[in-house]
Ligand binder design. Structure first.
Ligand SMILES: CC(C)(COP(=O)(O)OP(=O)(O)OC[C@H]1O[C@@H](n2cnc3c(N)ncnc32)[C@H](O)[C@@H]1OP(=O)(O)O)[C@@H](O)C(=O)NCCC(=O)NCCS
Length: 241
């Protein structure tokens, strides 16, 4: 947009260094405690290790998500496309305070969850993806996000929305989540309904949700061997969803 200056000026042109633009586009991050390493026993008998993903690993995750989003069933395509964009947004620093956790089984990527912090109080859940079906590891990963919001970051609300029936079942139904009036309040994912959990509700009712739905609690006493064995992300050879 251009307007004539309302005053005579001695300099008509200014150049702007992109390094001066970048802080405006990027903003600045909040202090975020990291997700502590955890394991959970799945009903298949397998143990899933859940750790924070590093931003340098974003491209590796994107590589696999890109393959998974070719699957049209069970909403893997739309969720995959959105997760891909969120991972890229994280990598290119175009998301405010994002976090990504990955689930690994036998040293191989088995699922991921991501979200971001709107502010000190509100955690926005973005997506959950299971790359290995049948073990309810998506439910376990979704639980980790809520656990991260309330127990690690000390936040007051956790906001979700759902694109798929399987997601709706583990989040909305599994946690019996109330929702804000729609369309007055909209989730940033497509303007859909916001389902939420408050800290009070978490403390009173949902803390043992993972035991109910997955069958076992989170274990935060993780050995150095497990951490070392999952240092690098090994992608599955095939897409089996
Ligand atoms: C939603 C999601 C994370 C749930 O993951 P999950 O908890 O690990 O559960 P699964 O999707 O593997 O299975 C869900 C149910 O369908 C069954 N199922 C469906 N397809 C299956 C398959 N191909 N193989 C094995 N089980 C399958 C499972 O047994 C399970 O039923 P049960 O819990 O009653 O036994 C996962 O389905 C997913 O990644 N979906 C695509 C992305 C998505 O929708 N994300 C959520 C956005 S709201």
């Amino acid at each position: 947009m251009r307007l004539e200056p309302p005053v005579p000026v001695s300099r008509e042109e200014y150049t702007v260094n992109v390094r001066d633009i970048e802080p405006l586009l990027q903003g600045y991050g909040m202090d975020m405690a990291p997700w502590p390493n955890a394991t959970i026993k799945l009903r298949t008998g397998e143990t899933m290790f859940i750790r924070e993903a590093k931003v340098e690993e974003a491209k590796t995750l994107m590589q696999y998500v890109r393959r998974v989003m070719d699957s049209e069933h069970d909403f893997y395509d739309i969720v995959g496309a959105r997760v891909y964009a969120e991972l890229l947004g994280w990598y290119r620093k175009r998301l405010k305070d994002p976090y990504v956790m990955i689930g690994m089984i036998d040293g191989e990527l088995a699922g991921l969850v991501n979200g971001r912090l709107m502010n000190e109080d509100i955690n926005i859940s973005h997506h959950t993806m299971t790359f290995k079906r049948g073990g309810r590891l998506g439910a376990a990963l979704f639980y980790c996000k809520a656990y991260y919001a309330f127990e690690v970051l000390g936040q007051k609300e956790f906001w979700s929305t759902y694109e798929s029936y399987n997601g709706w079942r583990i989040g909305f139904l599994g946690m019996a989540q109330p929702s804000y009036p729609w369309p007055d309040v909209q989730h940033e994912l497509g303007g859909a309904r916001v389902y939420y959990v408050t800290k009070k509700y978490w403390d009173r009712a949902i803390k043992d949700y993972s035991e109910q739905l997955v069958g076992s609690p989170l274990n935060f006493d993780v050995s150095d061997e497990i951490i070392e064995a999952n240092k690098e992300i090994k992608l599955p050879d095939d897409v089996t969803v």
